[in-house]
Unconditional design. Sequence first.
Length: 483
Amino acid sequence: MSDTQQEAGRPQAGPSAAPRVDRFFQVTARGSTYPRELRGGFATFFTMAYILVLNPIVLGSAEDKFGHRLDGAELATATALVAAVMTLIMGVGGNLPLALAAGLGLNAVVAFQIAPLMSWADAMGLVVIEGLLLCVLVVTGLREAVMHAIPQPLKQAIGVGIGLFIAFIGFVDAGFVSRMPDAANSTVPVQLGGSGALSGWPLLVFCLGVLLTIALIARGVRGAILISILVMTAVAIVIDAAADVTSWGLTSPKIPDSLVAAPDFGLLGDFSLFGAFGEVTVITVVLLLFTLLLSDFFDTMGTVVGVSAEAGLLDEEGRVPNLGRVLLIDSAAAVAGGAASASSATSYIESAAGVGEGARTGFANLVTGGLFACALFLTPLLTMVPMQAAAPALIAVGFLMMTQVKHIDWERYEIAVPAFLTIAVMPFTYSITNGIGAGFVSYVLIKTVLGKAREVHWLLWGTSALFLVYFAIDPVEQLLGVK
């Protein structure tokens, strides 16, 4: 157990001024305090605020079948609105420090795989249908049952894999690690910095941020992650003003000319629920929905388990509190994302940054959701935090989540091999879903080879079969004549 978890496990005296709020969110019962929840809410927001810039870039860079592009200002508004509303609902309804926003990866599928086949309204309609299907799976109990059917060691491996994955995200987004320019002709796909060496002021900010963050954590300083983000943002602002910095990436630490920007709600409700069926074949629609559904389903599963585990909220059987409500809210977020043309919204693994600051309840979501609501009007101000200042938080949280690896029994191959594949495939393929799929399929295979097939829950058999289709989607599409 990490120092943060141990600290969170010690009962603290809750504030007497708001006993009803304390009882509702179980702040004291979960060993937390309001300052921790506040710090956690801020930390989560700052580590995922990049989505306010990145989602409009991903969706806005693609054209639909008819050559139309979505407006960047409208996309920014839709992204912030969905994140604010669904994060607040998760806080109140699910009571977990789990923020939601447009899902990376999912938005790329919508932009580059679905939109070229139909109009944007039709594509967003498919996202709404996908969310409604997820809601049905939750209401029928199937989505929750799948999560309960996963063996505890695999859940721990999912948490570890996610830790490595988000650390890798931090390294890549900060520019500490980059793709080799000649990746097609090289045996080494990634490299240090942009040219095999560290150079430039932005990377200096990142490296100093990592050192500051781990130093504060090692010293047990409260608010270590948030302090690091704020300090390094201030350092970045000074450097940007004094030095000749070519690029900071998506967000630059420049003091904006105007702190306020009016939101544009033009994309809200601009979707066609069944329009896709008039543009492509039913088989194509089914396969597109399958891709969205499977990715959303298991990305959320891994995120919920990983964040809850790091927060110390899993029970003795590895179950997440209020899981049914949490999954229903997450499913509804997909519907909301499609209805607002912001792509499917989902739970964010960056929420672990808030957990690293001590957040243990949905009260932290009130802060994160409130900041996203402010972002509707204060986008110029709130997006001035460069990724180089925020990414060190992901490195620190990756370390904290990695500590769960000690609970896995590495002497038993039937557990060790699936756990290893789960952990390794996530960062190496840049996908939580791929890692979970590799773990599931290998677990079922090894259990069968060892003559222990009866020990495998029938839901794991079913989901493993779906993952086989998922991994073999290209030949399946060719056999069905989709390609």
